[in-house]
Design a protein around this ligand. Structure first.
Ligand code: ASN
Length: 379
């Protein structure tokens, strides 16, 4: 039987009403005891790293969860993180950058209703997450919720009450989790997960490495150190001389904020953020528009010129940004300190920026922009 570590952090799943609003009250041990079926599919151990509404989860919390995964990595087969849904997508993204190319799955889940509520979705989600964590084909960081398995960098909370609270943005679901176990999508192996400083690995690549199976287009051969390498891995800079191993990181720069441009905004807001932040993830309008009035464009460009970082994205959930199309975005293209977010989610861009900034920081505290750009492009 596989050994799964349940890492409990709080959220609605652990919450109860004790007179001042729902708040975490149950421990991870108590939550697992609500789902006796779990004991039939695996051996479970529980680690309680905190017990908070995920509103209060911070990058320090992501580091604590990643550290627990690292500490127990060798003696467990998979990990289930019980988490509040409100910031679960941010934590999933954060963990995707802190625990890269993991052949073992790290599955985040939670619920919309407390475990103690008779109609709770917590039992189903916990059981689904455990079964995914036990699945031989599972690898990397993912969200399992409402019957879906979603890449850790593609999840977004899109519904505040419905049990299908999460969608995968701009990439297909990894698969469906249900009564018959996990049905992986054909594309699951190819879906991107964040890479590492020396390359980029998909969850599928990590899994291929663990199982030693040959992925399309490349066989296990001497040239590749006897480890099968999926096609496209080398082109993307993935270290092909396996064996595949997880890469753990333990630093983030939390001085990053998301700025959504809105009609009528004033560039002085951007100036005011400057002493407090090292980078901004900027949600432009549509395909890529930044207001030219009230000093907004100028304030943002000044920010980049002052050695800080801008990551440009869109406030539209689907299809990504391209700031080169409209005149109102072009000034941000090919500009030192300005990175393009493509079709990644804002949650993933925030986490990626925190991770990449920390890796690109020189001992004197300045940012190696070349390294930052390379890290950003590698995953
Ligand atoms: N459904 C939930 O878990 C919401 C809760 N406020 C949390 O994020 O912790």
């Amino acid at each position: 039987m596989k050994k799964i570590l349940v890492i409990a952090t709080g959220g609605t799943i652990a919450s109860a009403e004790e007179g001042s609003g729902l708040a975490p009250a149950l421990t991870g041990e108590q939550l697992v005891a609500f789902v006796p079926e779990v004991a039939q599919v695996c051996h479970v151990e529980v680690s309680q790293v905190m017990n908070v509404d995920s509103t209060n989860m911070r990058p320090e919390g992501w580091l604590a969860i990643a550290d627990e995964v690292r500490r127990r990595y060798d003696d467990c087969d998979g990990f289930v993180v019980l988490h509040g849904t409100d910031t679960l997508a941010y934590t999933a993204a954060g963990l995707s950058y802190l625990v890269q190319a993991s052949p073992k799955p790290v599955v985040l889940t939670g619920s919309q209703l407390p475990m103690g509520d008779p109609g709770t979705d917590g039992k189903r989600n916990l059981f689904d997450a455990v079964r995914v964590a036990c699945d031989d084909a599972a690898a990397g960081v993912m969200v399992v919720f409402g019957g879906k398995a979603i890449s850790g960098t593609a999840a977004r909370k899109v519904r505040t009450r419905d049990f299908e609270a999460f969608d995968s943005l701009n990439v297909p679901d990894l698969g469906a989790a249900g009564e018959n176990g996990v049905q992986w999508a054909a594309a699951a192996r190819e879906l991107m997960a964040p890479g590492a400083a020396d390359g980029c690995a998909t969850a599928g690549e990590a899994r291929a490495g663990r199982e030693g199976f040959s992925a399309d287009g490349c066989s296990a051969c001497e040239e590749h150190g006897g480890v099968s390498v999926p096609s496209g891995a080398a082109e993307r800079g993935f270290a092909v001389a396996g064996p595949f191993a997880p890469r753990f990181f333990d630093t983030l720069n939390p001085r990053v904020m998301v700025l959504k441009v809105t009609p009528g905004m004033d560039g002085r807001v951007v100036d005011a953020l400057r002493p407090l932040c090292d980078a901004l993830v900027v949600e432009a309008f549509g395909l890529g528009g930044i207001p030219e009035y009230a000093g907004v464009t100028d304030a943002l460009l000044n920010w980049a010129d002052a050695g800080k970082t801008l990551v440009m994205t869109t406030q539209c959930p689907f299809e990504g940004a391209d700031l080169s199309v409209y005149e109102v975005g072009r000034a941000f293209c090919n500009r030192p300190g300005v990175l393009m977010g493509g079709a990644a989610t804002t949650e993933a861009l925030l986490a990626k920026t925190m991770w990449a900034l920390a890796q690109a920081e020189r001992p004197d505290g300045t940012i190696d922009r070349e390294k930052l750009t390379a890290l950003f492009a590698s995953c």
